[in-house]
Design a protein around this ligand. Structure first.
Ligand code: FES
Length: 145
């Protein structure tokens, strides 16, 4: 049912952990299953993603897709990272069963939420990035503007 690559990334997930003083963090939840994903990004002054880590209370497919997504965005520019969709992640994993496609969205949404956090902190705009809807970050409440 799962490809070898999915099994590999599930059993040996890359980039698990957290980054202290991350440039941006994003925490999102999946309404369908209640699983949670948090991504930490370390972004340098040239807007290159130097490092990325993730933590999840998620299923195996969420672990595998997040592991692959972190591998794909590491070393990339912010704009390149914006192009990495859950479809690209699934292709890199040789596919996911249809009932597990929603799990792959967690990683994409968490990366976008972390980029949003980075943009907010640095008062910049990232083309094509919108405030993530499923952001459930409890660290600071969004202020009304
Ligand atoms: Fe929840 Fe996969 S079932 S993320």
């Amino acid at each position: 049912m799962y490809s070898e690559k999915v099994m590999d990334h599930f059993q040996n997930p890359r980039n698990v952990g957290e980054i202290e003083n991350a440039s941006g963090t994003g925490t999102v939840g999946n309404a369908k299953c209640g699983d949670i994903m948090r991504i930490y990004l370390d972004i340098d002054e040239n807007q290159i993603i130097r490092d990325v880590k993730f933590k999840t209370f998620g299923c195996g497919a969420a672990v595998a897709t997040s592991s692959m997504a972190t591998e794909l965005v590491k070393g990339k520019s912010i704009q390149e990272a914006m192009q990495i969709t859950n479809k690209a992640v699934m292709e890199a994993l040789d596919g996911l069963p249809p009932v597990k496609v929603h799990c792959s969205l967690l990683a994409e949404e968490a990366i976008h939420a972390a980029l949003w956090d980075y943009a907010q902190k640095n008062h910049i705009e990232i083309a094509g990035l919108e405030q993530p809807k499923s952001d459930i970050s409890e660290e600071e409440e969004e202020e009304e503007y």
